[in-house]
Design a binder for this molecule. Structure first.
Ligand SMILES: [Zn+2]
Length: 77
């Protein structure tokens, strides 16, 4: 399910997000889909990223309050 529009979609159509805790914790796009821990899923679309960013859906979904949203290629900001 996409954290922005909350529509169900196969994971093959979504990007996986995870918290990277190697040094400074940060939210990253898990391109390999193999990072451990809690993951969140989002459509690879500028609309869903803007929506998720606006309602801070990233940190909420990943239970990591305060962490900034990751960057998304193709977002016209
Ligand atoms: Zn979506």
């Amino acid at each position: 399910m996409c954290i922005a529009c909350r529509e169900r979609a196969p994971q093959s159509q979504l990007l996986r997000l995870a918290v990277l805790t190697a040094d400074e914790p940060r939210i990253v796009v898990d391109a390999s889909r193999r990072l451990p821990g809690r993951g969140a899923w989002i459509h690879d679309s500028a609309a869903c990223w803007k929506r998720a960013r606006a309602k801070k859906a990233f940190s909420v979904a990943l239970r990591s309050p305060g962490l900034p949203a990751p960057a998304h290629d193709g977002e016209d900001t």
